[in-house]
Design a protein around this ligand. Structure first.
Ligand SMILES: Cc1cc2nc3c(=O)[nH]c(=O)nc-3n(C[C@H](O)[C@H](O)[C@H](O)COP(=O)(O)O)c2cc1C
Length: 363
């Protein structure tokens, strides 16, 4: 029996590999799609040139369905006063590492989806185009849909799921608070002033995957995919039992051969640091789940000094680079979900097949 998701995009297995900006490229997507799952290419921090090359590579290696992922935040205006406060908070660390801050100018390290990227996509044939932080403007959603691709986005509440369905999403990921990386939260932002955002983000929208999933399934009629803390076959089966049409797993793929996870991140994933994760806005300006490290312990996890997403990362990047050069992940974003037990140092095709083989047996 195929799920609604499988039928919609002709997917062999009800498994989506999470798009994970910064830790993977086309190799991981190719391996997962080749194995029958939905491989994903994260584009949030890639240049248009690189997106083009990566998409070319995917389409030359597989003709199976794949997903291209973009962020769709509204880029903020640079707030100099806020930048200064953040630099002041980081000053002791700059001193410790001998970093000169004069040449760090605030810039956005992550760009949202736009018409140029939609033009670029027209030369390719992704089965799914997915977005994080809601959906782009209607004209862009319409262009993606007109190309034949299905539109996917993540909801962290039932309200967000209803909004996504009303605004054209064909597939909705119910992202529980357990998930690694950025929370997909997008509705709370509209009504909250940015200065107060950090503490509010910290308190709101903390729904677990298996509480959120059945409520979203009940509320919308499009296929719903479960994400957050799912790391094995039983987790996938449990999600399907609660009405999911598939499961999206990210953390479990972080140690795979094809992932580009950094050495410090890999080491942390293999250690007991995975036992302690937190939602933190320190690295980007938006809440995201990371393993707790020195930076989070000393300045966070949530801070209202942090500039708006995605500006925060400019000031922390030199610290991260210095520390990583010394073999330390103390200042790195160590994205990780609450369940890292699925991380395996094997090929992603094998991981996908293992998850699916056992899943198929259990049905
Ligand atoms: C390292 C990492 C990077 C992520 N980057 C993205 C991204 O670029 N785009 C996106 O839509 N989601 C991103 N996510 C969130 C995932 O889509 C998904 O919600 C999450 O991986 C599911 O939870 P799990 O990590 O517990 O499996 C990322 C997650 C991780 C772990």
């Amino acid at each position: 029996m195929k799920t609604k998701l499988q039928t919609l995009i002709e997917l062999e297995l009800p498994i989506i590999q999470s798009p994970m900006a910064g830790v993977q490229g086309s190799e991981l997507a190719i391996a997962v799609s080749g194995a029958g799952g939905l491989g994903s290419l994260p584009c949030a921090i890639l240049t248009a040139d690189n997106i083009y090359k990566e998409l070319k590579s995917i389409e030359s290696h597989t003709n199976k369905p794949y997903n291209v992922n973009f962020f769709c935040h509204k880029p903020p205006a640079i707030n100099e006063a806020r930048e200064m406060k953040w630099r002041e908070a980081l000053e002791p660390y700059y001193k410790e590492f001998g970093i000169i801050t004069d040449d760090i100018s605030p810039s956005a390290s992550r760009s949202p989806f736009n018409h140029e990227l939609a033009d670029l996509l027209e030369g390719f044939n992704p089965a799914v185009v997915s977005f994080h932080f809601g959906l782009p403007e209607k004209a862009l959603v319409d262009r993606v849909k007109a190309s034949g691709a299905k539109v996917l986005s993540s909801a962290t509440t039932v309200k967000e799921a209803l909004w996504l369905e009303a605004h054209g999403a064909d597939i909705i990921v119910a992202q529980g608070v357990e998930a690694g990386g950025h929370r997909g939260i997008f509705l709370s932002e509209d009504s909250e002033s940015t200065n107060e955002r950090a503490p509010k983000y910290g308190m709101a929208m903390q729904i677990g995957t298996f509480a959120l999933l059945p409520q979203v399934v009940n509320a919308v009629s499009v296929p719903v995919v479960a994400a957050g803390g799912i790391a094995d076959t039983d987790g996938i089966a449990a999600a399907m039992r609660l009405g999911a049409s598939g499961a999206q797993l990210g953390t479990s793929y972080l140690l795979c051969d094809e992932s580009k996870t950094s050495m410090v991140h890999r080491e942390a994933l293999k250690s007991n640091q995975t036992a302690e994760t937190a939602l933190t806005n320190l690295f980007s300006g938006r809440p995201a789940r990371s393993m707790v490290n020195r930076f989070i312990r000393e300045l966070g996890p949530m801070s209202d000094l942090v500039p708006d997403f995605p500006m925060a990362s400019t000031a922390t990047a030199p610290l991260r680079t210095k520390a990583e050069a010394m073999g330390s992940g103390d200042f790195s974003q160590l994205w990780c979900g609450q369940n890292a037990s699925g991380c395996k140092e094997i090929g992603a095709a094998e991981l996908t097949q293992r998850l699916a083989a056992a899943f198929q047996q259990s049905n």
